[in-house]
Design a protein around this ligand. Structure first.
Ligand SMILES: NC(=O)c1ccc[n+]([C@@H]2O[C@H](COP(=O)([O-])OP(=O)(O)OC[C@H]3O[C@@H](n4cnc5c(N)ncnc54)[C@H](O)[C@@H]3O)[C@@H](O)[C@H]2O)c1
Length: 335
């Protein structure tokens, strides 16, 4: 398998993002940019650790699973090997980056980190329990960020003593390749904390976007799911197959959106024309939840995508490997 678990839901995003991702790693020797800590060394935590380490940060990692240190080592080694094979980093840069990541046995050892990024299981109770544990040992100045996929910041920080230090920093999968990080403050987050997190994310060559306030789905998932709703609606209506819908996206909007966003694109197309199309078309777009039936049917049958080899498509190892090879080539081509 790949360096990171295969994620069907993220695959199209991954491919699009890789076309535009520019790796600009300058680190050639062990030189510390700062110290950050990551709680939760799963798919996201490991990838985020790789990204910070590659940019020259020392990274402390804590995970409650005793097998996590060996998993992290394997994951980061595979990530760097893939980037080396794509020609975007050297073996020496990979070696230095790997040496910057260190597992610790308890979050007590996070005391000197400027930022603690939480990437544990998506559970409010588990996250809150960890924050209580962290607040008991961290200085008041340590910034605490969550990589939650969707919980609002105020819900997560409700029981914290110092809510001003908390925000969401939502990386996209795989975090070592996708530059976007959505930074979402809570009602009590200090503006200086948002500024500092933005600066740290820029230092790891991410492309952070700070929202003014929390909104369900943040920005990226709202856009992604609006597209998914319409794609499901089209397939369900029988007008096109999943492959045809995907072909349309990849051959048109996918390419365009890696260069200009939807609003830049509207300006380029001309607002007058776009408005007249929108007035006619928007009332006819999918609105209801019925479209989810198409996914529900598959899930109920156990066809959940790559994990079971069947979703909208059949996924065999050959197909997965071809996509991964394409990804490596595209990454090399954008260096
Ligand atoms: N998977 C994605 O595509 C994706 C994308 C963006 C954000 N996220 C979010 O990132 C977070 C992590 O997701 P993931 O996919 O990496 O999950 P994962 O299951 O791969 O990893 C979670 C890790 O956290 C560890 N853990 C659980 N409870 C812990 C605790 N109390 N203390 C320390 N470690 C603990 C687990 O042992 C595991 O290694 C979640 O909040 C998720 O919603 C996931």
């Amino acid at each position: 398998m790949d360096a990171y678990r295969h994620c069907a839901a993220c695959e199209s995003t991954v491919q699009a993002a890789e076309r535009i991702f520019r790796v600009s790693i300058v680190m050639t020797e062990k030189k510390t940019q700062g110290l950050v800590a990551i709680a939760g060394a799963g798919l996201m935590g490991c990838g985020i650790a790789c990204r910070f380490a590659l940019a020259g940060f020392e990274v402390l990692v804590y995970d409650s699973d005793p097998s996590a240190p060996s998993r992290t080592k394997h994951h980061c080694h595979a990530v760097y090997q893939e980037m080396d094979q794509a020609g975007v980093i050297t073996v020496e840069q990979a070696r230095v980056a790997e040496s910057m990541i260190r597992h610790v046995e308890s979050p007590v050892e996070f005391g000197k980190a400027e930022l603690v990024l939480e990437a544990i299981v998506e559970s409010v109770a588990a996250k809150r329990a960890l924050y209580a544990e962290l607040e008991a040992v961290l200085p008041q100045t340590t910034i605490l960020a969550s990589n939650t996929s969707g919980f609002p910041p105020d819900l997560l920080s409700e029981q914290m003593q110092h809510r001003d230090r908390f925000l969401i920093a939502h990386f996209w999968n795989p975090p070592h390749l996708i530059p976007l990080v959505e930074v979402v403050p809570g009602s009590d987050t200090a503006p200086a904390v948002v500024e500092r997190v933005m600066a740290l994310l820029q230092a790891i060559h991410a492309e952070p976007v700070a929202l003014k306030a929390a909104i369900a789905g943040f920005i990226g998932n709202r856009l992604q799911f609006a597209v998914l709703r319409e794609a499901l609606h089209i397939v369900r209506s029988g007008v096109a197959t999943p492959a045809e819908v995907d072909a349309v996206m990849k051959a048109s909007l996918g390419r365009r959106y890696s260069i200009v966003g939807p609003l830049e694109s509207a300006d380029l197309g001309g607002l007058k024309t776009l408005l007249s199309i929108a007035e006619h078309l928007m009332p006819q777009l999918a609105k209801d939840e019925d479209v989810l039936e198409l996914m529900r049917e598959r899930v109920d049958q156990g066809d959940v995508g790559v994990a079971t080899g069947q979703g909208f498509y059949r996924w065999d190892q050959d197909r997965i490997e071809k996509i991964q090879a394409l990804r490596r080539r595209q990454l090399a081509a954008t260096d």
